[in-house]
Design a protein around this ligand. Structure first.
Ligand SMILES: Nc1nc2c(ncn2[C@@H]2O[C@H](COP(=O)(O)OP(=O)(O)OP(=O)(O)O)[C@@H](O)[C@H]2O)c(=O)[nH]1
Length: 358
């Protein structure tokens, strides 16, 4: 249901598979009397257990775009299950066949916690909760596996009872805990996605007015004392004529191409917003005044120097720029935008395709 209602993400489908395998594992254990061979029950239950954590880990890797190679984990799972089979059916060693696959689970649970926490500089509360649950579950399973291993090659009733007690107390609780936090993670991801959409301009992919104002105030407060900041307000020249001459769809293509060109000339951390039809703002950071001052002219040339290709026709597009160096104290984003807007107005009056500093 979570997969279905919270965005149908591929990683959520893998987590659904993980929980399904977990259910299969418990169903096999509860229905063991239906099977004729104890080896079959054991191999099914351990395979479901290993498969469940493997799918869960795979989901986490996909969610955060992790560089971990899942094929190595699959290979380790096959080796583990082969060893379980060997110690269960060929050369019986109770401690080993009972513990080996649980150690595999423990390794992957801890790996999951690490993947989640490494993912973001600021982890979501749901991610922290899920990581803690994974680690706690890993610790308890480690105890259970070690108790099972301590039996040695023969069954030891005392150890088995302790093993069962740890398992039955912790595994279902941990499963419910993990399920809850996984649902929280999916809901938080969806909320993040919605927030990003609400701050993004659909046509060009840069920030919209709301997004720019929201992010720029925080950026100004954070970076202003460390780096040199400037606000650049620019507007495509005679855009109405482009629309009139080439059609609205081609006008849209000009906007998209202009944003692409400008984006390739600014830092990835700079904020770039569309705050009107063909009006854009950039909050740029540089490490020197000279570099900051050079940016608007570079952007102007990036647009003006090379014609835009539109359906086999090529047109010249220029833009006018108003810019302001931001003084850290006593300047808000609104006042910087107002002053850069006045400079842009002067640029238009100077004949367009120029940069004017406030
Ligand atoms: N294709 C397209 N056109 C848009 C969009 N948003 C606004 N416009 C058009 O942009 C044009 C802006 O025209 P003006 O404000 O007169 O500006 P201009 O023609 O660039 O003139 P100057 O700014 O003085 O150089 C209008 O015709 C709007 O309809 C959009 O998303 N796509």
């Amino acid at each position: 249901m979570s997969w279905f209602t919270l965005g149908k993400k591929q990683y959520a489908l893998l987590w659904t598979g993980a929980f399904t395998l977990s259910v299969c594992q418990w169903a096999t254990i509860l229905g063991r009397s239906l099977f004729s061979s104890d080896i079959t029950v054991w191999m099914l239950a351990s395979s479901f257990s290993v498969g469940s954590v493997l799918l869960g880990t795979w989901g986490h890797c996909i969610r955060v775009n992790s560089s971990i190679r899942i094929r190595y984990l699959i290979f380790l799972a096959i080796i583990t299950l082969a060893a379980v089979y060997y110690f269960k059916a060929v050369n019986v060693h109770v401690g080993l066949f009972m513990s080996l696959y649980i150690y595999y689970d423990v390794i992957l649970l801890v790996l999951n916690a690490a993947i989640i926490l490494k993912h973001k500089q600021k982890s979501l509360p749901a991610e922290i909760g899920a990581s803690i649950t994974y680690i706690l579950c890993g610790i308890f399973l480690f105890f259970a596996a070690t108790v099972a291993l301590m039996q040695g090659s023969q069954v030891n009733r005392e150890y088995i009872e302790l093993y069962n007690l740890i398992n039955f107390l912790t595994v279902p609780t941990a499963n419910v805990g993990m399920a809850v936090f996984i649902i929280f993670i999916m809901a938080s991801d969806l909320a993040d996605e919605m927030e990003n959409l609400a701050m993004t301009d659909v046509l060009t992919g840069c920030l919209n007015r709301r997004g720019f104002y929201q992010k720029s105030q925080a950026k100004l407060a954070e970076k202003c004392t460390e780096q040199y900041m400037s606000l650049i307000y620019w507007d495509i020249d005679n855009f109405k004529k482009i629309n009139d001459d080439y059609g609205h769809a081609n006008g849209d293509s000009v906007l998209i191409e202009a944003v692409k060109r400008v984006t390739s000339h600014i830092n990835t951390n700079d904020l770039f917003g569309r705050i009107g039809g063909e009006e854009f703002v950039i909050l740029a950071t540089s490490n020197s005044e000279e570099k900051a001052k050079a940016i608007p002219e570079q952007l102007r040339l990036a647009l003006a120097n090379e014609p835009f290709d539109l359906n086999e026709q090529s047109i010249n597009v220029t833009a006018s720029f108003g810019a302001i160096n931001i003084q850290c104290h006593n300047m808000t984003v609104e006042s910087a935008i107002n002053q850069a807007d006045k400079a842009l107005y002067n640029a238009k009056h100077k004949g367009k395709n120029v940069v004017v500093y406030a």
